[in-house]
Write a protein that binds this ligand. Structure first.
Ligand code: THG
Length: 269
């Protein structure tokens, strides 16, 4: 299971000013807390800063890695910003993300070969995100085929079917789960990653929606997530679901989470 902490994102109103003002200690602290809560790496997205994106992304990566021994998921739609990020990153980064959009694919493939990074591959092309599970599978096939041809090993590929808000289309969560089933059947060696918080955009009590969707995704074989690791109940559900899916040898992870006070037992009355 791979957990990517999503909180250092310039689209978040509380984070954007910290990035713009280069508030190093606040950004390092947010990275540190996500890792302490169970994230394996932290996502950094500066795309909302427009002309300042590239500079800020490089600054954030250097600042975080200067203080902590963590890998970064470098999150940008912009190949130039991703290149800059990969150049300053120490060790193996996770490139977030490549798509089949023509400009992005041709711009990123040389980078992926040069830097030997892990790659998140979104099921999206110049026509956008396909509605049906079959069409998502077809895009996944072209992504996995193209990346393996470029010598990326399947273990370094994280296919992201792209989770869309259930508030705008009530079928969108179930269509993602069906796409995950198909990707799992056809490409058992690649990882499947979901951005959890996308599903609850536009709804109240978002954490409730995210938590239930997390467990559904895990039961369908999703093995990597971009999520908010500071949400204690979400992480408690993740630890519990791993155990129930046979991924927690001797229940060790669950039992140590209980001892650490990370699992509570809610009951009214
Ligand atoms: N797949 C991949 N990468 C991704 C996503 C994905 N990166 C970005 C995103 N989705 C995951 N990260 C976030 C970050 C913030 C929010 C959701 C997903 C979010 N922000 C609130 C908003 O914009 O309204 C504000 C929350 C706050 O400020 O507290 O919900 O799917 N590969």
């Amino acid at each position: 299971m791979l957990i990517v902490g999503e909180l250092i994102n310039s689209t978040r109103p509380r984070i954007r000013p910290l990035l713009e003002a280069r508030r190093a200690s606040a950004i390092v602290e947010l990275a540190r807390r996500q890792i302490a809560a169970g994230a394996n790496l932290v996502d950094v997205n500066c795309a909302a800063l427009m002309d300042d994106e590239e500079e800020c992304l490089a600054w954030a990566i250097e600042t975080i890695q200067g203080a902590l021994d963590v890998q970064i998921s470098i999150d940008s739609p912009n190949p130039a910003a991703l290149r800059r990020g990969l150049q300053v990153h120490r060790g193996r980064a996770l490139l977030n993300s490549v798509t089949l959009e023509r400009a992005r694919w041709t711009g990123l493939l040389p980078l992926i070969q040069e830097f030997h990074c892990g790659v998140i591959a979104l099921c999206m092309d110049d026509q956008g995100v396909p509605a049906t599970p079959d069409r998502r599978l077809a895009l996944a096939g072209r992504l996995v085929g193209g990346l393996t041809q470029a010598n990326v090993s399947e273990d370094d590929i994280y296919v992201d079917p792209l989770v869309l808000p259930v508030a705008t289309d009530t079928r969108s969560a179930v269509e993602v789960l069906r796409a995950v089933d198909l990707i799992r059947q056809h490409f058992p060696q690649v990882h499947v990653l979901c951005g959890l918080s996308n599903v609850s955009f536009g709804l109240p009590r978002r954490a409730q929606v995210n938590r239930v969707f997390l467990v559904m995704c895990m039961a369908h074989g999703v093995d990597a997530f971009i999520l908010d690791p500071l949400h204690g109940r979400l992480m408690a559900d993740l630890i519990t679901a791993r155990m129930l899916l046979g991924q927690d040898e001797s229940c060790r992870g669950y039992l140590s989470a209980v001892r650490a006070g990370r699992i509570d037992d809610l009951r009214n009355g």
